[in-house]
Design a protein around this ligand. Sequence first.
Ligand code: ATP
Length: 591
Amino acid sequence: MTMKEKYALTDEGVRNVRLGAAWTTVTNLVVFAGVGFVFAIMSALVARLTGGAVTLGPWGRLGFDPLDVPVLGWMAVLAVYLVMLFVCERFQYYYQYGVIYKESGRQRIALAERLRRLPLSFFGRRDLADLTETLMTDVKTTEHAYSHVLPELYGAYATMAIAFACLLAFDWRLAVASMWSGPVALLLLFGVRSRLQPLMRKTRMAGLKTSELVQEALECVREVRATNQEERYLERVYRSVDAAERSAIRSELACGVAVNGAQVVLRLGFATTLLVGAALVLEGTCDFLTLFCFLLVVSRIYAPFDQALMLIAELFSARTASARMKSFFEEPMAAGGAAYAPNGHDVAFEHVGFAYEEGGEQVLSDVSFIAREGEVTALVGPSGSGKSTCARLGCRLWDASSGRVTVGGVDVSTVDPEVLLGDFSVVFQDVTLFDDTVMENIRLGRRGATDEEVLAAARAANCDEFVSRMPDGYATMIGENGACISGGERQRISIARALLKDAPIVLLDEATASLDVENETRVQSALSRLLAGKTVIVIAHRMRTVRAADKIVVLEGGRVAEQGMPAELLAANGLFARMVRLQTESEGWTI
Ligand SMILES: Nc1ncnc2c1ncn2[C@@H]1O[C@H](COP(=O)(O)OP(=O)(O)OP(=O)(O)O)[C@@H](O)[C@H]1O
């Protein structure tokens, strides 16, 4: 697998990790060069103090006595060395830490862009907490791995290889005695990886489950309190936290044992250098200063590797995170081209079948009807009969499993969902509001609309009445998902958005359900302005709302039970007539 695939990096990210590793290697080598200076002075000193009994070691072979260099000369060398070290560390820092935030920024944007284009079926399968964790925690985990682990690790590999080659030139026996432990420590760690990764994945999933539970508790706090379920809910959260803690301890212990084991093996290299070196010195085949040089280098060379070993465990867990991120990119996107030239805006369902999950329960079967331009088509039927599902397929929030949905004769599955949605104004049952001002929440209907246009739409949707009671009018922040706004007010904001968009096809899902009678009348008049001349599909339970429709499609169990004009259906005395009768009776009820 390439680095790009393994760590879900972009091309630029791979380039930066490589540069980071290169500068880490150069910095490590410059640091070793410092050890070389110490060795040079020390060896010359020992040679002088022992009256030449101990030779100059490798320097001697080069015929160079470092103590012959004047102090000022050494000071100059030191100054140049410090400048070199500074420059190397600056580049290492830049490529290791500086550019990485751009990479994780790019990743977050790529993920968000992907999410935007994924079909809604994907969101049905993935939990919200799970998606948030990937966008936030997984990106952060990989960000840390890219900055702190990858360049360090690859830099350590390269440094060890270069150092080994240099040491081989000095004395191959001591080189082998000192460097064997690096690859063995690595092999050990990678050998246990297949055991560590499942533990890490389990810990990740346990943590995720806890976040899901906490998020659910926060989202459902009203229901939990209303049903007196706090203790039961907390009990579940505690159990989940305990399980996550146990899993984390197990995984940390396993990692700790593996990493410390590898570090101990790495340090054995120092002992073998000393033992082999002592034997060679006593045997007379190696001089003392060469051994001293090896011991100095070995004491330094393990430092970056030691650090890398500690971080490898993090790399293993980053692989889990990058695999989760990669899974986003492997999801098939909602296909479709930008070319879209419908002939009018009739919305036609042709033998449409649909299930929310592949192989799952069939929610719609052989549904065929046409919602004509300039007419109001009402979808009615018992709860769960598939009315909202039809509306979702109409604007391609989901794709039909069989049959096809067309707009103006164009199969919607061939059109880019964003382009298609440009032709739809949608007012859903559950209105989503953003933590922004009322004005901006309405402007969502049409980006770029002027304040005057927004205000006109708001007035037409009867928003003025409640907005004028707000402290800053249309500039009032409405809190997360409009926490301080009532159901009816939310719907009016949603209708204002639809009015502002003024698209040729309008989908109204229970649009006036949360309104009192007075407001409903006002909103209905606003709606009639919105609906004039458009293709309108209304979903409503209340027969009063649909009495004025041009056509009624009655769904039952995901099939079209009957369709036609209201008067025809009443005369046919079928399901629609029964629903009308039942509602008329219930309207007469008193408590
Ligand atoms: N996102 C979803 N994932 C899986 N099943 C779903 C989903 N949304 C709806 N369903 C199922 O599809 C069926 C039809 O639901 P739909 O919301 O279309 O019915 P409806 O007629 O609009 O109901 P209501 O009048 O109660 O809103 C139901 O059995 C419902 O449980």
